[in-house]
Design a protein around this ligand. Sequence first.
Ligand code: PMP
Length: 287
Amino acid sequence: MKVWINGELVDKSQASVSVYDHGLLYGDGVFEGIRVYNGKIFQCDAHIDRLFASAAAIRLKVPYTKEQIVDAMEQSVSANGIVDGYIRLVITRGVGTLGLNPFKCPSPVVFVIADQIAIYSPEMYENGLDVIIAKTRRISPEMFPPSVKSCNYLNNIMAKIEAIDAGVPEAIMLNAAGQVAEATGDNVFIVSDGVIITPPVEAGILDGITRRVTIKLAKELNIPLIERAIEVDELYNADECFLTGTAAEIIAVRKVNDRVIGEGKAGPITLKLLEAFRNFIRSECGG
Ligand code: PMP
């Protein structure tokens, strides 16, 4: 397997960053997770734009143009023969001193891994996932902008550990106000009386690209959708609940803690959106 790192495609075993890299020392860096369908990069511009916005937010100057980064991804996809897979695109602050000062790191490190993807089974798309509500709250926007996809994921990792400890694959995180924010790596939607509801970006969530596509598809399907705060009780009593994300696509939630959601399987609106999403992928990427 080949990894693209700072302009070169090298063997996976040769692809390395320094122990002095602030990406490792402090989680100082940004990243994207991107799907490849039929050999094509899905929602490429949206991911590149979000990456550059994340980098700008942490005052990290990307040492390549957007076109060069796209080219790096395409090289990685074709060098590894990826047809349906996943790209991890990372920019670290680079090598610096042992202090926090990011401006002592002159050369950011950019790397691209194009690999296979582990996805949920088809049964899980029909039956839905069991999730918990994590005790770990999502970091507030006043502390760090959740719109920045940074290499520091410990907040989400702590919630993921809670899920694993509880024997379920995912956890829903609340914001500081105790309202539904997002899952550890996915956005959250509920359906109530035929209306889709999802927390707004201001609730302290990542502005997910799958979320954006889902909102657009719901509008095209004329399903009413509102972005507003969701209370935990509303989540428990929803007719449907689903998660959206690059890896998960659109997947139903069957149970939240011990509460069964709706009929306890993927509901009609979730399945309609999933079908529309898969059609959208085909229209964008072919196959
Ligand atoms: N929230 C978080 C915290 C995430 O890490 C992700 C996945 N990267 C998402 C939501 C979903 O975003 P996207 O649809 O862009 O993958």
